[in-house]
Write a protein that binds this ligand. Structure first.
Ligand SMILES: [Zn+2]
Length: 269
C-alpha cells in the first residue's frame, strides 16, 4: 500500500556556506577538512527537510571532485550515499531514475564566466560555455536535464546567489536558498547554522510542493554546443560520430534523444 516517496540529493561543494577559496574544496589543502564537515551538515539539513516532507527514501550523491567528500559516519543514517565516479554518463546524477519523486541540489555554483559568483565554472575548466538549444546552462541545468530525462523535477537548489538566479531562469517554480553572495573575489556569507535552517525548511517546502515543478525537458530534440577553453579539445571531439565542429573551440551535437547527448558529452569533454 503506502506510497513510496524517493528523493535524490546531489551535493557539490563550491556552493556550501562559507566556502570561498579553491584550497577549501581540494583534498589535502588547508580548510578542506573543515569544509567537508560543513558540507556534510548542510547535506543533513536537506535530508531532514526531505524526511519531514514525507520522503520514504533519500539517496545522496557526493558530486564534487573525487566524489568522496561527505563523511559517511556523520551523514544522516536514513540516507544512502553514492561515492566515486562510475565513469558512465550520469556523473553528478548517478543512479537517478524514474522511481524518484524529486531532485534537490545542494552546494551548487554558477556557470563559467558569471560575474559576482563564487568558484564559478561549468563541469571543468576545459569548458567555457555549455549550451542546449541555444540556452547557456550551469551544471545545475545539465543535471536538471538528466533528471528531466527520467521525468524527475528539480525542486530545490542551494548555493550562492548567482547560481540561484541562474536556476530560476529555467526552473521557474524551483525553490532556492542563497547561502552567500560574491562581490568580486570576496564572499558575504550566512552563518552555516543559519544556512542549514533555511535549507532544511526550504527542502521540506519544496518536496511537499513538488507537484508544482515540472521535469526540465526541451521540446523538439536537443542541440548541444560545447565551447571549450582550448582548441585542442574541439579538434579531438570532432571525431566523435555525429559531432560537428562549429568553430575553433566549439562542437555541436544534435539528437532527439537526450541520452545520446549525454553520451556525446561524456566522451568529448
Ligand atoms: Zn564541485
Amino acid at each position: 500500500m503506502g506510497t513510496e516517496i524517493k528523493v535524490y540529493i546531489s551535493v557539490d561543494m563550491e556552493g556550501i556556506a562559507g566556502v570561498t577559496l579553491f584550497e577549501e574544496i581540494e583534498a589535502g589543502k588547508p580548510g578542506y577538512e573543515y569544509f567537508r564537515q560543513v558540507m556534510t551538515r548542510e547535506t543533513n539539513a536537506a535530508i531532514e527537510g526531505a524526511l519531514a516532507a514525507g520522503a520514504t527514501q533519500v539517496v545522496v550523491r557526493d558530486a564534487h571532485d573525487s566524489a568522496c567528500n561527505l563523511l559517511p559516519e556523520e551523514l544522516h543514517p536514513e540516507a544512502m550515499l553514492i561515492r566515486n565516479w562510475s565513469e558512465g554518463p550520469f556523473g553528478m546524477m548517478e543512479c537517478i531514475d524514474s522511481s524518484f519523486a524529486a531532485a534537490v541540489f545542494v552546494g551548487y555554483h554558477a556557470k563559467a564566466n558569471t560575474p559576482h559568483a563564487i568558484l564559478k565554472h561549468t563541469m571543468s575548466f576545459k569548458i567555457g560555455d555549455l549550451r542546449v538549444n541555444g540556452l547557456s546552462l550551469p551544471e545545475a541545468g545539465w543535471n536538471a536535464l538528466i533528471a528531466g530525462y527520467f521525468g524527475v523535477p528539480v525542486v530545490f537548489v542551494s548555493g550562492d546567489k548567482a547560481v540561484c538566479e541562474q536556476c530560476k531562469s529555467f526552473l521557474e517554480k524551483c525553490h532556492t536558498v542563497a547561502v552567500k553572495e560574491a562581490m568580486g573575489s570576496a564572499s558575504i556569507n550566512l552563518h552555516p547554522a543559519k544556512a542549514r535552517d533555511l535549507i532544511r525548511a526550504g527542502v521540506e517546502k519544496a518536496v511537499r510542493e513538488r507537484a508544482q515543478c515540472s521535469p526540465f525537458t526541451l521540446a523538439g530534440g536537443y542541440t548541444v554546443e560545447i565551447e571549450f577553453t582550448k582548441e585542442e579539445k574541439a579538434y579531438r571531439g570532432q571525431w566523435y560520430p555525429g559531432a560537428e565542429r562549429v568553430d575553433d573551440r566549439t562542437l555541436r551535437f544534435k539528437s532527439e534523444d537526450f541520452l545520446a547527448c549525454l553520451r556525446f558529452f561524456e566522451f568529448v569533454s
